[in-house]
Ligand binder design. Structure first.
Ligand code: SF4
Length: 384
């Protein structure tokens, strides 16, 4: 950290914005507001963001940021640290002002809708279908409403981007290739002549990749990358990211690679995926995927990867070391962070509290007609 920044610190409230499908805005998706939802139009001048920026400038991490503190305790990694590292590394960001009144937008994350074709286990609220399933299982009790940002909100975002330097725009879901609203936003950015200054990143489950849209984006934006969620290979991914057809997903991967678009795979490290993380490296080597990153399943807490039985974690440590040694892609700083995050999980003291996880999985199996002991036979001895 540069000397002028007091620790603990986070750059997100000074340069990043996450807009959610109901039009409310936060500095990131880990932030837990104490004031309820703040609409995009009120965000910059809101009392809460003033207080959060003040706490940070005074060297304290506000309570709204506990999620990052927990992620750091679990894996040594967090969104906060990623933002701070970007700020340190990228000279272009050094003109971002740190004060109570200014906001310099450099990173926009847009969750434009909750329309998604999958029901992934580590997902609680980003997919309407998953939310309905969780209500059916009586795991959550929520409103289950389809949410899509309005075109007025999209126009307000474009106005905000127009007044800034080069912005990185990240399109999330729902599923960014499945709902229509993301395509509407992409076309608006091109028509308003701002796309040429935007680095676009689409975060996708890779099951509905569209060739024409890939070409259109490549032709019109200053840079284009795809982050594809891959929580395992083949049946592992199909179980965790329920609704996935692996062959269809691999076709999406092939299409992206054929077009020369940078693809990063992102694995949500959870109770089901963290001990098989080495399989992603083996598969990526075969496919020619060059970038592997991760995030951690902290919510729902039940899928916390620290609950994996110790013997499986010991084996996973060995498997990951061999797979990384054989990996032919790039070990970028982000991949290095991911490998370290896995080792932090594997080295975590024994917890032995996995029985409630099996109960959680059985509930899903009964509804879905799946069987976790078939897809994960290594868990069977612990599930008795
Ligand atoms: S510390 Fe974490 S939760 Fe708080 S604003 Fe930064 S990234 Fe978001």
């Amino acid at each position: 950290m540069t000397d002028k920044i007091k620790k603990p610190y986070c750059m997100a409230p000074f340069m990043a914005l996450h807009v959610f499908e109901d039009g409310h805005a936060h500095p990131c998706d880990s932030f837990t507001s104490s004031y309820g939802s703040v609409k995009l139009k009120d965000y910059f001048k809101s009392q809460e963001m003033y207080e959060v920026r003040k706490e940070l400038l005074d060297g304290r991490l506000p309570p709204q940021c506990n999620y990052c503190a927990r992620a750091e305790a679990m894996t040594g990694n967090s969104i906060r640290l990623a933002y701070n590292e970007k700020f340190e590394r990228c000279k272009d960001l050094h003109d971002v002002r740190h004060d109570l009144e200014t906001f310099n937008l450099r990173y926009l994350y847009l969750s434009a809708s909750n329309i998604c074709n999958l029901k992934c286990l580590p997902c609680h609220y980003s997919s309407l279908g998953r939310e309905k399933e969780l209500n059916k299982l009586k795991i959550v009790d929520s409103a289950q409403i389809m949410k899509v940002v309005s075109e007025d909100e999209l126009d307000a975002l474009i106005e905000l981007i127009q007044g800034q330097k080069e912005v990185e725009v990240n399109l999330m879901g729902g599923e960014a290739f499945y709902d229509k609203i993301n395509e509407v936003f992409i076309k608006k950015l091109v028509e308003k002549n701002v796309a040429k200054d935007i680095r676009l990143i689409i975060i996708t489950n890779l099951t509905h990749v569209k060739a024409e849209l890939l070409d259109y984006i490549k032709d019109n934006f200053s840079d284009f990358k795809i982050i594809g969620s891959v929580d395992g290979i083949g049946a592992t991914d199909e179980y965790i990211r329920y609704g996935t057809i692996w062959d269809q997903k691999e076709r999406g991967v092939d299409l992206i690679l054929e077009k020369g678009i940078t693809l990063l795979t992102n694995t949500t490290l959870s109770f089901l995926s963290a001990h098989r993380f080495h399989e992603i490296f083996n598969w990526a080597t075969k496919k020619g995927v060059e970038h592997i990153i991760q995030s951690t399943a902290i919510n729902p807490v039940i899928l916390n990867p620290n609950r994996i039985p110790k013997e499986l974690r010991d084996q996973a440590r060995e498997d990951l070391t061999s797979a990384v040694a054989a990996y032919t892609g790039k070990i970028s700083s982000l991949t290095e962070i991911s490998i370290n995050a896995c080792h932090t999980i594997y080295d975590h003291p024994e917890q032995n509290n996995y029985l409630e996880v099996f109960e959680y999985l059985r509930k899903h199996d009964n509804l879905r007609g799946t069987d976790f002991t078939v897809t994960f036979p290594e868990l069977k001895p612990y599930a008795k």
